[in-house]
Design a protein around this ligand. Sequence first.
Ligand code: ADP
Length: 390
Amino acid sequence: MANYFSSEFKLGILGGGQLGKMLLNETRKFDIYTCVLDPSAEAPCKIASNEFYQGDLMDFDTVYSFGKKVDVLTFEIENVNVDALHKLEKEGVTVYPSPKTLETIQNKAKQKLFYVDHDIPTADFTRFAYTNEIQTALKNETLSFPFVWKSAQFGYDGMGVKVVRTYADLEELPNVECITEEMVPFKNELAVIVVRNPNGDMKTYPVVEMEFHPTANQVEYVICPARIPDEIAKKASFIALKTSMAYDHVGLLAVEMFQTQDDEILVNEVAPRPHNSGHYSIEASYTSQFEQHVRAILNLPLGNTESKVGGIMVNLVGAEGYTGEVQYEHIERIMNMPGVTPHIYGKKQTRPFRKMGHVTIVDEDINEARKVAEEVKKTIRVIAKDNTLN
Ligand code: ADP
């Protein structure tokens, strides 16, 4: 086995945001040497990596020449130049997760077809080369309102997704390659993180549940373990494992799923990297998702995925109406609450809804943690220093 620890070995990470920053906590722990590429000079990863490079992740030459400097290459963001990854892999650089998987995932139409081909349950959908072709489908009655429109490429954090109920909604959408999906009136949104190394060893983290704000339709809490019956959890874990095997995946794979009204599990989408739904694992699990990703891509033994304690995660996003130098109002108040740990990503500027950090709440009793999480949510605010409303 190669020696990764306190050695000449170099791990390359494409993307230098918060996921990379949390990954670097683990490479620091193991004294594994890292190189990071990110377009921003103020990337959160800048201070924790051994070598930082500023450059465009979608540019072939930039990604290719960065990849040539390292022994193993991974990514913390999906929007990277996949042609460069294919070429690097051909030339002997180990790239995990595989460029082939990334290519499938980068396009939602391809991703959905992959599920159909591999007998993985997913919501019914139709593929369109351009949004304006949807009009014809509606006229021919092969499609009807309401449906969920998704841009095929570069949708990120809900920006490429819209519920379409009328022709007027349709007019607001960009004319791009897209899919339309049946609207699933789900009972729960669940996620399972699967980890797999090149040896084929596999483990799953417990099923987590996203709890939505009753009116704003925004995920408020990620709760581990999900408050669902055992047989549903088993079904979700099984489908997540099946998905990871279908991709022949190496590294972390976060599988997002819907639990339907009649308790079917449908795969919504996957992320081949550490994921927001696994942040709780830093405090609540024996092995955090970030340590686990490092273990998996380096073909090291996988760690225990079980939880030590119940965990809830609350995202810290910029408050509406504030743009400018960030300030975490009342952070000391939440730090005074039992089992609360804030994570601040290190972005200097806040703007409405920007992901600036998260807070983990742990407790033996998940219902107690849930109460504290609500207090956290009510107390801390991400605002701008000069408090100028924009
Ligand atoms: P993104 O890649 O932007 O995260 P997703 O496909 O995860 O996009 O969709 C974002 C959210 O929209 C989901 O978390 C879910 O709440 C909702 N959503 C997506 N697809 C459907 C669907 N078919 N039916 C109902 N809600 C959906």
